[in-house]
Structure formats: structure tokens, C-alpha cells
Write a protein of this length. Structure first.
Length: 317
């Protein structure tokens, strides 16, 4: 990659919105409150029907609208309309610390650095479901040292615009996981640095319904990634799908196998449930561990959507 003088580099921030009236103002305030101001902010709106546009139009942004063709399409549209050398991505329910851009930008002086990410911390800690998912996902104690990563989320990501275009942009066919796929491709041709001082705060799923919907869509996307790139553990931890298969096998064995088979399977599942719940409570001392009941049952079964995603991906080949 060509060297880049970050003192002269132009910075674009791409922000996706759709019915984000409640939180997008806070996100934009954090962007325009940066110690290193962005040169432009591109807002890609997916046909919001609430007051989102009333909020975003209060700021000096470049507004682009799209008809709801998916996250990959919307992010590509944002990159296409961005003029910066470096594109910063953040979600409309997130807000960045004031030095977010300032902490990230100097790393692009290194020609080997294609992208930079940082910690994502939960801000709506009053919601038990959100806290639980943040704990399970490791977002309650993110690394404190710099290092290189293979994938990164677009709720906290800066990347060279020319690199995004070089790798073909975001895959618009993916149900979810378009940021995982993009950064995976980028990490094959350059380095993605994790900068612990570049902090973004995110809003976790506040309800079981929202979280469950995201779970299903996430695993469909993972299946599509497997179909496209082959099995790679960087895309997902397989404990949920494996547990889902064991749970189905245990239920089926109640009718199809001797009594000791379901007894063994259900005992194993119960033992793992108790172990994981106690371990998590011991670590965080948070009653949100009660959601492990859902995590071990419904979400384990929902994760089997990975096979539907695999089917969709193979069908396109």
C-alpha cells in the first residue's frame, strides 16, 4: 500500500441510519465533537419513517438515501459517496470518545496498516439482555494492548478507502456479517490494528426479541461466509451450533433411543449449563446470567440457521 501523510489525509465518516431518531443525535454529536474533526460525514439513510431525517439534517452532513437493500449495499453506497482517503465507520446507535479519530489516524502513516479498530463498550447497561450478550461476547473486558486482528466490526472501524475498493467492497448478498467478510479480505492483503484507546460505545440489544432476530440473521450470514470462503473459525465460535445439534439429538433420542442415551445427553447439557452460568457469575457478579437459560435453548437452536445460510451461499455458486 502507498504511504500516506495523515496530516494531509482527508477523513470521511460513514454512518448508516434507519429509524434511528432516538440515538442518532448522540452519535452525530460525538462525531462532530472529535478533537480531530472529520472532513466530511456521509449519512446513508434506509428510508426512515420516524424523525431520523429531522435530526440528521441539523448537522452539516452529506445525506444519501437507499431503499433498504441491506447493510452491505448501504455501506458500499457510503464508501462510493465518500471522498476521504480514510473512511471511518460507526453505527447510528453508537457514540465515539472525543479522541477516536485522533487516536486512530496516526497509525496510517505505516504503509502496512490497512485498517484500525478499537474497543466497543456497552452504554445501555440497564438492560439485562444487553449486558448478558456483552459478557458472552467478551465486550465487558476487551484487550488493553495493541495487536493485530483478522476481523473487526463496522461500529468501530477506520480503513483506507482505496483498500475497500481494491478488495471489492462489502458483499451485498450477505444477510449479515458483511463487516466480518470485508475485514477478513482486507487482513489478507494488509494489517488491521487494534488500538485500545480508540473507544466507541454501543447500544446492545435491549430485548430478547431483538437479540433473537439478530442471532438468526448472524448465523445465516456465517453460513454464507462458510460457503464463500470455506470453514474458518475466525468467522464464528461453533459452541452454539454444536449445542443446538446436541439438543436436537437429545430430544429425538427420547423417542428413538434407549433411556440412557437421552439421559447422557441431557446430563451433559445440564452440566455445561451449570458450569458456564457459575463461571460467568463468578467473573462478572451480574444476575444477567439468568439469560443463559435462553442462550442454551432457543439461541442454540436458532444458531442452526447457519445451515440455511450455507445453503443460500452454495446456491449462488
Amino acid at each position: 500500500m502507498p504511504s500516506l501523510n495523515v496530516n494531509e489525509a482527508k477523513v470521511s465518516v460513514v454512518l448508516l441510519t434507519k429509524n434511528s431518531e432516538e440515538n442518532v443525535g448522540k452519535s452525530l454529536e460525538s462525531i462532530f465533537g472529535q478533537t480531530r474533526k472529520p472532513d466530511e460525514v456521509v449519512v446513508v439513510d434506509g428510508n426512515s419513517t420516524d424523525g431520523t431525517l429531522d435530526v440528521v439534517n441539523q448537522y452539516p452532513i452529506k445525506l444519501v438515501t437507499e431503499s433498504g437493500l441491506g447493510f452491505g449495499y448501504a455501506r458500499n453506497l457510503g464508501v462510493k459517496n465518500a471522498e476521504g482517503d480514510i473512511v471511518f465507520f460507526i453505527d447510528s446507535d453508537c457514540f465515539a470518545e472525543p479522541q477516536w479519530i485522533e487516536k486512530i489516524l496516526p497509525h496510517f502513516n505505516d504503509s502496512e496498516i490497512a485498517g484500525v479498530t478499537g474497543p466497543t463498550r456497552l452504554w445501555n447497561t440497564s438492560h439485562g439482555v444487553a449486558r448478558f450478550l456483552a459478557c458472552v461476547g467478551g465486550r465487558m473486558n476487551m484487550p488493553t494492548k495493541r495487536g493485530f486482528v483478522k476481523i473487526a466490526p463496522t461500529m468501530n472501524l477506520a480503513i483506507r478507502r482505496d483498500v475497500v475498493l481494491e478488495v471489492g467492497g462489502f458483499d451485498e448478498t450477505l444477510v449479515r456479517g458483511e463487516d466480518t467478510e470485508l475485514t477478513y479480505k482486507v487482513s489478507q492483503c494488509g494489517k488491521i490494528l487494534y488500538e485500545p484507546e480508540a473507544v466507541v460505545w454501543f447500544r446492545g440489544s435491549p430485548t430478547l426479541k431483538i437479540a433473537s432476530n439478530k442471532c438468526v440473521r448472524h448465523f445465516i450470514g456465517v453460513g454464507q461466509l462458510f460457503a464463500k470462503h470455506g470453514f474458518n473459525s475466525v468467522f464464528v465460535r461453533l459452541n452454539l451450533p454444536i449445542r443446538g445439534l446436541i439438543l436436537i439429538a437429545a430430544i429425538a433420542s427420547l423417542f428413538l433411543a434407549p433411556w440412557y442415551v437421552p439421559a447422557i445427553l441431557f446430563t451433559w447439557l445440564l452440566a455445561e449449563f451449570v458450569y458456564k452460568t457459575v463461571k460467568m457469575y463468578w467473573r462478572y457478579h451480574d444476575r444477567c446470567v439468568v439469560y443463559y437459560v435462553v442462550f442454551f435453548t432457543f439461541w442454540s437452536l436458532a444458531s442452526l440457521a447457519i445451515f440455511y445460510g450455507l445453503y443460500l451461499g452454495l446456491k449462488r455458486k
